[in-house]
Each structure stands twice: as structure tokens, then as C-alpha cells.
Design a protein around this ligand. Structure first.
Ligand code: ACM
Length: 373
């Protein structure tokens, strides 16, 4: 496992680590894999891409690991990808990302842009307008995600009225200058691709400037329950996030898994989309390994591709053509409890289209996937 316990994205990656360990606990409690226990080997790559690459190689060469669960920032996935390809191992990546990637050695269980950006652009332009201000952290995911958002708002005759990138370690002061520019430009909404610990500074600087989310909300794909916990619910309330999973999903599976997770953690829990993907991908791996009897990539892939699982967000499926996952787009508005009120959701899973070949803005019903519901 390669999830960071230190560094700028530690708060969200710790939830991915917990989701992974919780699923491993469940697999082992149910008899393991054909009677054998799963044993986690974990390192802390400290939110640093270079460390991700070297620790991935150490897992493979020193620890004899065939399957790696890990990575949050796309820069870290891009660092691990050539390593798993070189040694022909498998990476399970439980994070939303910018798309435009395929590797035979990766299974992608977070949303691709046609499963979150498209729905967020649709919702925000219809409800608030199509003049957007882009603010992000300074690395590949925000660059690419903004390129896609710009294309999408232009389809609604919108335009980008400002664009700022800040270092991953940016502090409150740096965000106050962005927020004063936002106030000057008066966009209809702000699209944030800020990640990690600096997320709280954006939302706080916004609130301290007296801006009103009812008029000019922040829309994001990365601000989830973990970031809201770090900033305080009052700063996030009224802003929007698109994600396949929110803790507030009112379903039997989500309630059951949350109860078991509370028991595992020994108290109240705060979950999020990255936790959920980290959780269900371990179960999908375990089911595949039970069938194949080995964790060699050539034997696992035929069992994984096309596999389905009843996840907390709904029944998911790994698409054989893209190695991405059929997921349920949702839009949530952050509320005063630090949770999301779900304001729109797809009733059927949306097929992944990581290269944005066939998506259609505003249509939440095409490209649905047919699962055994
Ligand atoms: C990300 O970097 N994929 C959030």
C-alpha cells in the first residue's frame, strides 16, 4: 500500500489507507482468500512523487508484492505507472482524476471526467451561469481538469474569467489575493481543483471576504468530507462537489458498511469518495484472486475485467475496455453538519469514457451501463 501518512495530501490519503485496511479486515474475517490471510505491506511516501516511485519498486523487488493499492495525486500515479508496467504488476488507483490514460497494469476505481466534470459543469451552468473562475493547485490534475472544464462551459457559451494556480503548500495569505481577484471578476461560479491541506484556506478566505455561496458558489471534484472536516463545516456549507459517493447516501449497503466501519474504527467515522473506492477495490481484488487462485496480473485481469460489486455508492463494474469503473455521478451541496445534501444523482451507473469520446453535456442517462441490478 502506498498512501501518505505525512505531507500535503495526508488527511485524504489516511482515509484511503483506513478504507483499504477495513476491507482487508473484512476479507480476512471471512476466511481470507481460499483460507489464506491478506497481509498488508505499507509505506509512507510522504505525498512526494519521487518517493512513490522508489517505494513502489521496493514493494515489488524487496517485498515480492504483485498488487499495489495506492496514490492520490495524479503526479504520484504518473510516477508509479512506469514501475508497475516495467515489472508487470498491478496498481489499484482509488482516486478521481483527469482521465486520458490507460495502462494494462492499472485498475481505476475513481471517477473519470465523464462521471464528474460533465455533471458538475451541467449543474453549475444551468443553476448559476457559465462564467467560471478556475483556481487550482499547481500540478497535472488541476491543469488537465481545467482544460476539460473550460471545454464544457464553452459548450454552454460560457467563458473563463480568471485562472490561478497556487503551490500545494500555499497558505491563507496566498488565497486572500486569489479571492480578491475573484471578487473583482464576479464569476457565476468558482471551479476549485485545489487539493490537500491548502483547500481549507480557499474556503476560509472566501468566507472571510463575505462572499455568498448562494450567489457565487465554489464547485469542486476534490473537496469532500475529509477536507470539510479539516476546514470546519461552516466554511464549506452551501458549496458544491460532484462525486460518485457521499457519506450521506441513504442506501442499505451504505448504512451497513458504515455501521461495520464504525465498529472497526471504534467510534464515529467520516467517510468520502476516496475512502469508498479504496474500500470496494480491495473486495473486487479479493473476489478476483479467489477465482484465479493467484495474484499474478495475467491471472487476475480476466477475473477483474467485467467484475461487479455491490459498493456503498451502488453496484459498480470494471469496464474491460478501459480498466475504469462504471460509477454513479452525484452532486452534493455541503451542509452545516459537514456532510453533503445530495441534490442530483444518476439512477444508473455511467460507463467510463476516460478519453471523452462519446459523452454528451447535460445527458445523465446515455452511456448508462447494464448491470445485474
Ligand atoms: C488527483 O490528483 N487525481 C486528485
Amino acid at each position: 500500500m502506498l498512501f501518505s501518512n505525512t505531507g500535503v495530501t495526508a488527511p485524504i490519503e489516511r482515509t484511503q489507507l483506513s478504507g483499504t485496511l477495513f476491507a482487508i479486515h473484512e476479507v480476512n474475517a471471512a476466511g481470507g482468500i481460499n483460507g489464506r490471510e491478506l497481509v498488508p505491506v505499507l509505506y509512507d511516501p510522504q505525498s512526494d512523487a519521487v518517493q512513490y516511485a522508489s517505494l513502489a519498486e521496493r514493494l515489488i523487488l524487496n517485498d515480492d508484492v504483485n498488487v499495489i493499492f495506492g496514490c492520490y495525486m495524479s503526479s504520484t500515479r504518473k510516477a508509479v505507472l512506469p514501475i508497475v508496467e516495467k515489472w508487470n504488476r498491478l496498481l489499484f488507483y482509488p482516486t478521481i482524476y483527469e482521465g486520458f490514460e490507460f495502462s494494462n497494469n492499472v485498475i481505476y476505481t475513481g471517477a473519470a471526467p465523464n462521471q464528474n466534470s460533465v455533471q458538475l459543469a451541467d449543474f453549475m451552468t444551468l443553476n448559476f451561469g457559465s462564467r467560471v473562475y478556475l483556481v487550482g493547485s499547481n500540478y497535472i490534475y488541476p491543469f488537465e481538469s481545467n482544460r476539460i472544464m473550460t471545454d464544457l462551459v464553452e459548450q454552454r457559451n460560457g467563458k473563463t474569467v480568471g485562472k490561478r494556480y497556487l503551490p500545494l503548500t500555499a497558505g491563507y495569505e496566498e488565497f486572500t489575493s486569489v479571492v480578491s481577484d475573484i471578487r473583482k471578476q464576479q464569476p457565476d461560479f468558482i471551479f476549485s481543483t485545489v487539493v490537500g491541506e491548502s483547500t481549507q484556506h480557499l474556503y476560509r478566505a472566501y468566507a472571510e471576504a463575505g462572499l455568498n455561496p448562494k450567489e457565487m458558489p465554489i464547485a469542486s471534484l476534490t473537496t469532500c468530507e475529509a477536507e470539510i472536516k479539516a476546514m470546519g463545516a461552516e466554511y464549506a456549507a452551501g458549496h458544491y462537489t460532484a462525486a460518485p459517493y457521499f457519506q450521506s447516501i441513504d442506501s442499505d449497503t451504505n448504512r451497513r458498511v458504515l455501521d461495520l466501519y464504525k465498529e472497526f474504527m471504534g467510534g464515529e467515522v467520516v467517510t468520502n469518495m476516496c475512502w469508498e473506492a479504496a474500500y470496494f477495490q480491495v473486495h473486487m481484488f479479493a473476489n478476483a484472486m479467489r477465482q484465479s487462485g493467484t495474484d499474478q496480473v495475467e491471472a487476475l485481469l480476466p477475473e477483474l475485467l467485467g467484475a461487479e460489486f455491490q459498493a456503498p455508492q451502488g453496484r459498480v463494474r470494471i469496464d474491460p475496455a478501459t480498466h475504469h469503473t462504471c460509477l454513479y455521478p452525484r452532486i452534493g451541496r455541503a451542509n452545516s453538519k459537514g456532510q453533503f445534501t445530495i441534490v442530483r444523482e444518476a439512477k444508473r451507473p455511467v460507463h467510463p469514457d476516460p478519453y471523452l469520446v462519446t459523452y454528451s453535456l447535460g445527458d445523465w442517462t446515455t452511456q448508462i451501463d447494464t448491470l445485474d441490478l
